[in-house]
Design a protein around this ligand. Structure first.
Ligand SMILES: Cc1cc2nc3c(=O)[nH]c(=O)nc-3n(C[C@H](O)[C@H](O)[C@H](O)COP(=O)(O)OP(=O)(O)OC[C@H]3O[C@@H](n4cnc5c(N)ncnc54)[C@H](O)[C@@H]3O)c2cc1C
Length: 425
């Protein structure tokens, strides 16, 4: 047994190492427990014995990195295996609604994320000439002194999550993958692309929509399907006329959205219906994006399009969706984030659902009597909520593909979705 002095709350933290790990007291413990004991060195009556597990997180995106931070904060041994480099993050942005901020706050991350982005409180619906036809306020679910929602550049968000995870003691291996793994009694043994081998109590697949980990554990029959729509995204300087989420509706059915990401930047998105799962050459994206916005005469859109000249970030991504049936675990492998549920982005909540997953899994692993119980509780707490968000997002996506719809139903569903998101998780 080794000691690791931790003077927070005047306690000593004592680790019970696994016999196979010799005297290394910083790795993991046999019964997967560690205890905060009084300075006397004795466990006091009524003291809670907190579990300490070793967790390998595959995928260091929004969900994986939030989970890693949460688990490390709860005293667990966490390692993240990420196939790319953080600096590979795309030059586009993301919205974090009130429910995401509320969840981030439970892990002490909300203020840093708010500081990295920009706040907003309204959804403004405009016609193609830019005249406002409706302004709505999504329900506030977070602190009254904070914005209702934020927009943030993805690389900035990744930086915040990474720095908190590292500060909490998480080990992150970039440009690394898990070459192979196998369920063994009480855990998972694995081999990394670096050749290193090891074991962990729990492996979490947070490797996104096309998760290889999910395929290996649950089977190739669980694969994403195309939702009939894709999104064009264009990041550009923000105009002062944007102080919230704006949706421009053309009378021919086309919709352009604008999201503020910082004081200086915003991004425009355009949803395109197509029976084909489309891919376009990168060099043509800016021209094609401008063509799609032809006919919108709002001065701010015209000005933004004039800057869409190939030197800015433009992307197109078809929506591939999937909702894994419960339970979201098999043995000691659990699914989290898009690996479990890739939703269409109409409610701007896929990342928010991944963050909530991370909070719930952290809570359950910190308080349950064992990993199996924690995984069962995690899956049952998450499935129904995520299913509602998945269904509502898809219903909006389908309403947008209805050639006879005037867009009213889609906006109604958007507001319904915001109401669902505001509910406790
Ligand atoms: C057009 C569009 C707009 C969106 N807008 C929003 C929004 O505004 N708000 C919102 O909340 N959500 C939004 N989303 C959804 C959001 O981007 C995702 O739900 C979110 O990124 C999911 O996080 P994740 O961590 O589960 O997966 P990801 O972010 O995909 O992260 C998975 C990570 O795993 C890594 N990885 C993959 N394979 C391996 C492997 N074999 N080994 C190791 N690492 C691996 C990847 O490199 C990646 O870093 C949007 C999605 C789209 C398509």
């Amino acid at each position: 047994m080794g000691t690791n002095p931790d003077h927070k709350n005047d306690t000593l933290r004592i680790y019970y190492p696994h016999p196979s790990l010799g005297n290394n007291d910083s790795v993991r413990c046999d019964q997967s427990i560690w205890s905060d004991i009084g300075a006397s060195g004795k466990l006091k009556h009524g003291d809670k014995v907190k579990p300490q597990y070793s967790v390998l997180v595959v995928g260091g995106g929004i969900g994986g990195m939030t989970l890693a931070h949460g688990l490390a904060r709860a005293g667990m041994q966490v390692r993240v295996i990420e196939s790319s480099q953080r600096t590979d993050q795309q030059g586009t942005g993301i919205f974090l609604l009130g429910n995401s901020l509320r969840a981030l706050d439970q892990l002490g991350l909300a203020d840093a994320c708010i500081a990295a982005g920009t706040g907003w409180d309204t959804v403004s619906v405009r016609n193609d000439a830019g005249h406002e036809t409706k302004v709505q306020r999504p329900p506030r679910t977070f602190r009254p002194d904070a914005p209702g929602a934020i927009g943030v550049m993805r690389p900035k968000l990744a930086e915040v999550l990474e720095s908190h995870a590292l500060a909490g003691g998480v080990r992150i291996d970039y440009r690394t993958t898990v070459e192979d793994f196998e369920q063994i009694p009480g855990g998972v043994s694995y081999r990394l692309s670096s050749g290193e081998t090891g074991r962990c109590d729990l492996l979490v697949a947070a490797d996104g929509t096309y998760s290889k980990t999910r395929t290996k554990v649950f089977g190739a029959e669980y694969k994403p399907t195309y939702a009939g729509q894709g999104a064009w995204r264009f990041t550009v300087e923000r105009l002062s006329s944007f102080d919230g989420f704006a949706l421009y509706k053309h009378h021919d059915g086309r919709t352009v959205g604008c999201l503020p990401l910082s004081e200086a930047l915003c991004y425009y998105f355009f949803l395109e219906n197509s029976k084909e799962h489309q891919h376009f050459p990168e060099a043509e994206l800016s021209t094609m994006f401008r063509q799609r916005l032809a006919g919108f005469s709002a001065p701010e859109l015209v000005e933004a399009m004039a800057r869409c000249d190939g030197s800015r970030y433009v992307s197109y991504r078809p929506f591939d969706i999937l909702l894994m049936p419960a339970p979201w675990y098999k043995g000691r492998v659990a699914l989290l984030g898009d690996a479990a549920h890739a939703v269409t982005p109409q409610l701007t909540s896929g990342g928010g659902m991944a963050i909530e997953d991370a909070v719930v899994l952290t809570e359950e692993l910190s308080t349950c009597t064992g990993i199996d119980e924690a995984l069962a509780a995690y899956s049952s707490r998450r499935f129904d909520r995520v299913r509602r968000i998945y269904d509502t997002s898809l219903a909006i996506c389908q309403a947008e593909q209805d050639p006879h719809a005037d867009g009213t139903r889609a906006v109604e569903l958007l507001m319904e979705g915001y109401g669902l998101l505001a509910q406790p998780f």
